[in-house]
Design a protein. Structure first.
Length: 254
C-alpha cells in the first residue's frame, strides 16, 4: 500500500497518545528481545528500545516508504526489516515482547493471527497491541458507506471490506484460550479536536482511506475524496470538529 510518512506524521502528537498508553503497559526488565509488528516510520520502535534497558528490538513493516524514515532513529539496539507481518511470523523467531501499535487492523483473520502472534512469545513474554475497532469508528463506517455507492461499488465488488478487528471481548477470550497468565483488555476514547472537516479528511488520508484509493482508477480518486469529504461534512457540521476516536488496547503475559 502506498503509505505516505509525511501525511501520516501530520498528526504525530494525536497519533502518539494511544501509543504512549500502550508503552506505559510495558513490563520493563533488562536484556529483553522485542519485535514491533507494523512499525511504520520506526519512531515508536526507537521509543520501545529506549524504554527497555539493554534490549534488542526489531521493527518490521511491509512499506518501504514508511521504513525510509526508520534509518533516522539512530539507535544501535534497533534493527528494521521490510517484510510483512505474516512472513515475519512464519520465521518462528521467539520474543520476550511482541508490540504492535495501529497496524494489526490491516492484517486479516484475527482468529488465527492472534494465536500465531502469541506462539512467538517466550515463556514469561508480554503482548502489547493497540488498534482501532474500525467497525465502530464513524470515519471508517463512512468510507464503507461510500464504497457501496455508484460509481465505486462496482470497482470494490471483489474486495472484502469487512474489518478484521473483532469485538473487544473476543480478544480477551483468545488470550485466555492461549494460556495468558494475566491480561488487560480495554477500549479507550481518544478525543480529537480538529480545526475543520478538511483537517479530519487529512487525518483519514494518512491511514484508512489508503486502501480505498489504491483500488480506484486515477480519474475516480479525486471524485471519491470529494464525495467522502461531503459525507464527513454532513456528519461533522460544526467547527472545531470533535471526533471521539475509539481504540482497543491489549496487554497480556504468558
Ligand atoms: C498506521 S501505521 C502505524 C505505524 C506505527 N506502528 C506507529 O504506530 O506509528 C500502520 C503500519 O502498518 C503497516 N502494515 C500494514 N499491514 C501490514 C502487513 N501486513 N505487514 C507489515 N506491515 C503492515 C503499514 O505499512 C504502516 O506502516
Amino acid at each position: 500500500m502506498p503509505w505516505n510518512p509525511e501525511v501520516y506524521n501530520q498528526y504525530k502528537s494525536e497519533r502518539a497518545a494511544p501509543a504512549l498508553d500502550l508503552l506505559a503497559l510495558l513490563n520493563v526488565r533488562p536484556g529483553l528481545t522485542a519485535v514491533d509488528l507494523g512499525c511504520g516510520t520506526g519512531d515508536l520502535t526507537a521509543k520501545l528500545a529506549a524504554t527497555l534497558p539493554d534490549a534488542r528490538v526489531l521493527g518490521v513493516d511491509s512499506s518501504a516508504e514508511m521504513l525510509v524514515k526508520s534509518s533516522e532513529t539512530g539507535s544501535s539496539s534497533v534493527n528494521f526489516e521490510c517484510i510483512s507481518i505474516e512472513d515475519q511470523l512464519k520465521k518462528s523467531q521467539q520474543w520476550d515482547v511482541v508490540f504492535s501499535n495501529a497496524a494489526l487492523q490491516w492484517v486479516p483473520d484475527h482468529e488465527t493471527l492472534l494465536p500465531r502472534i502469541i506462539s512467538t512469545l517466550k515463556p514469561g513474554g508480554q503482548l502489547l497491541i493497540q488498534m482501532p475497532p474500525q467497525h465502530h469508528n464513524l470515519t471508517n463506517r463512512l468510507l464503507n458507506e461510500l464504497a457501496t455507492k455508484e460509481p465505486y461499488s462496482e470497482l470494490y465488488a471483489d474486495w472484502n471490506r469487512i474489518s478484521p478487528v473483532l469485538e473487544t471481548g473476543r480478544y480477551a477470550e483468545i488470550l485466555f484460550e492461549c494460556g495468558s497468565q494475566s491480561m488487560q483488555v480495554f477500549e479507550k476514547i481518544y478525543p480529537l479536536v480538529l480545526k475543520d472537516v478538511d483537517s479530519l479528511l487529512t487525518w483519514v488520508s494518512g491511514t484508512a482511506i489508503i486502501p480505498y484509493l489504491e483500488r480506484l482508477p486515477d480519474p475516480l480518486k479525486e471524485p471519491f475524496i470529494k464525495d467522502y469529504r461531503a459525507l464527513l461534512a454532513s456528519h461533522f457540521p460544526k467547527t472545531p470538529v470533535f471526533y471521539a476516536f475509539k481504540r482497543i488496547l491489549i496487554e497480556a503475559r504468558f
